[in-house]
Design a protein around this ligand. Structure first.
Ligand code: AMP
Length: 309
């Protein structure tokens, strides 16, 4: 039984108020795999890269238990490229450039060896590709989670609506939730979005944490107050990787376990932002994760006696 991850593997160029990177390795599926491989293996990756994507990056992920059979390498084409600039608050950013390159005509082929998929994480990618992967799986996974972004709401809404109907958990940020639902209140937005398909909705609010909605229930996970945020790129994907990695490890898809999942996801995201790109995730030691989850527990636990208790 395995976790299948679908998403972009890419080059990014990032500008923050504190620094600027040249082309570095990024992509939603890259971050998801780095984060999730701390909790579960094998991870089976579905993506596409060009001949310019370093083989060493694929090898490093393979060494982490990430299967690359479903990653197509288009030798004479260029990898997906994304460039963004963060505002002073580091919570908002502008996309400066999106070059689809290999993603423009990506036709994913799910290998037979991926048919044991129990957990499916659809990282941010062309909705038609996300849909194709769901349709190629002969048995429906135990849980399908997906991420998406405003770019696809603006360019591929009909396909996005079809994918939404087939997933259990949607993970998006607050501005995307508002755009998707045309509601300002996140509670109203959640109600609207859950009518579109997903039974669970996670709304990420950057440095203000994340909300998990299900039916009439809602749970909140804070983000760890960090002294320095260096580069938030990939934090959302790292969050998703930690969340789905935790669920795949425990094989428990209850609401209660999803609450733990968003704490694990938040802890993973807090590492991601400490350095540019995937640097911090690559050097992460197992013991550090537990220490950080403990910090989350301390951050929110308090005692109070109430008359009705
Ligand atoms: P996040 O900061 O978690 O939203 O994710 C940032 C990552 O998403 C970057 O590494 C980009 O390469 C990737 N990305 C940005 N735009 C897109 C897009 N339109 N489709 C797929 N991946 C994207």
């Amino acid at each position: 039984m395995s976790l299948v991850v679908v998403g972009s593997m890419a080059f990014d160029a990032i500008e923050t108020p504190f620094g600027k990177s040249n082309k570095i390795i990024g992509g939603a599926a890259t971050y998801i795999a780095w984060a999730a491989s701390n909790f579960t293996r094998p991870i089976k990756q579905v993506s596409v890269v060009g001949g310019d994507f370093p083989e060493s990056e694929l090898k490093m992920l393979e060494a982490r238990g990430v299967d690359m059979e479903g990653v197509q390498i288009k030798k004479d084409q260029r990898s997906f490229f994304w460039s963004g600039r963060y505002h002073m608050d580091m919570n908002t950013r502008d996309t400066l450039d999106t070059q689809l390159n290999v993603l423009a005509d990506f036709n994913p082929v799910v290998p037979d060896s991926y048919q044991d998929c129990e957990f499916l994480m659809l990282g941010n990618l062309v909705p038609a590709v996300q849909l194709s992967v769901i349709d190629q799986l002969k048995n429906r996974p135990k849980l399908v989670a997906m991420d998406t972004m405003n770019f696809w709401m603006e360019t591929a809404m009909p396909d996005l609506e079809k994918v939404l109907q087939k997933v259990d958990v949607l993970i998006i940020n607050d501005s995307e939730a508002r755009q998707l639902s045309a509601q300002f209140s996140l509670v109203k937005a959640a109600k609207e979005i859950m009518k579109m398909g997903p039974r669970y909705l996670i709304i990420k609010k950057g440095e203000h944490g994340a909300l998990l909605f299900h039916e009439d229930g809602v749970f909140f996970a804070p983000a760890l107050p960090l002294e320095e945020v260096f580069d938030p790129t990939g934090a959302g994907d790292t969050f998703a990787g930690g969340f789905i990695g935790h669920l795949a490890r425990t094989k428990d898809i209850s609401f209660a376990n999803m609450k733990t999942g968003i704490i694990v996801g938040s802890a993973m995201a807090s590492f991601c932002v400490e350095k540019f790109g995937t640097t911090r995730l690559k050097e992460l030691k197992h013991g550090e994760i537990e220490t950080r989850i403990r910090m989350f527990r301390d951050l929110v636990s308090f005692e109070i006696e109430l008359e009705g208790d």
